[in-house]
Write a protein that binds this ligand. Sequence first.
Ligand code: NAD
Length: 252
Amino acid sequence: MEKIASLKHKVVIITGGTRGIGFAAVQGFLRSGAKVAMLGSRKETVDHALDLLKKENPNYPVQGYYPDLNSEQEVQHLLEEVEKDLGSVDILINNAGISDAKSIYEYDDEHFSKVMQLNVDAVFRMIRMCAPIMKKKGKGAIVNTSSMVSLYAQRSGSAYPTSKFAINGLTKSLARELGKDGIRVNAVAPGIIETDMVKELDERIIQAMASQIPLQRIGQPEDIAHAMMYLASDMASFVNGAILSVDGGFVG
Ligand code: NAD
């Protein structure tokens, strides 16, 4: 995995950091010398991810947390803990998200809200509560996780593309609003990435998906982690409000 020098000593909060794209981002930032607050939804998954990281390097400056991202009180407590453990936040990576495949005929309001609460409301809350800290420093970088479905939608699970269209809107709006405070807001829009869910699919299905992609392969979590690291770093100091597609050139 590549390293980016300007990430050294930066305090990075990564939601959904225990597996998949988020875990690759945790590894990437740590290998670049950043201090990482790795968030997950449960103690067991956070502890497991911490074990893996400590095996790689017992001296990594990484701490695990599992706040309820939909509780303002828990997020407030998290930010105080991170400041005590690692320092105040410089970079926020909003990666946690759930996908969906339900037909509109199977939906109820509660299910739609569940997807929106994690994929949109929690992202908004994290930004709302981290931005004042970054503003005080006069500098900060926020990277949200959109999806290629924010360009092409999908045939079912309409809450998921709806949430990712919202992420693009939030990213572009807050880029305009927060730019004057030295805070850049961007998003990555991953294509098909080989995370646990995709790994379980039959090899022929994966091949069929790959053949639709101009680069003839599906993405790896590191492909997205690299884009997150770039957008968070000083290499992207004039990039603001971008939705960066990282999808091998896939066209819906
Ligand atoms: P994943 O399911 O492998 O990991 C999701 C992470 O989110 C986990 O660390 C989990 O702990 C966390 N999470 C789930 N529910 C949570 C909750 N209620 N509260 C707090 N944390 C919770 O996911 P992934 O495939 O690595 O996807 C990461 C992001 O990338 C998501 O936002 C997803 O929408 C986006 N994305 C993924 C793909 C893909 O092909 N994998 C494509 C486009 C976009």
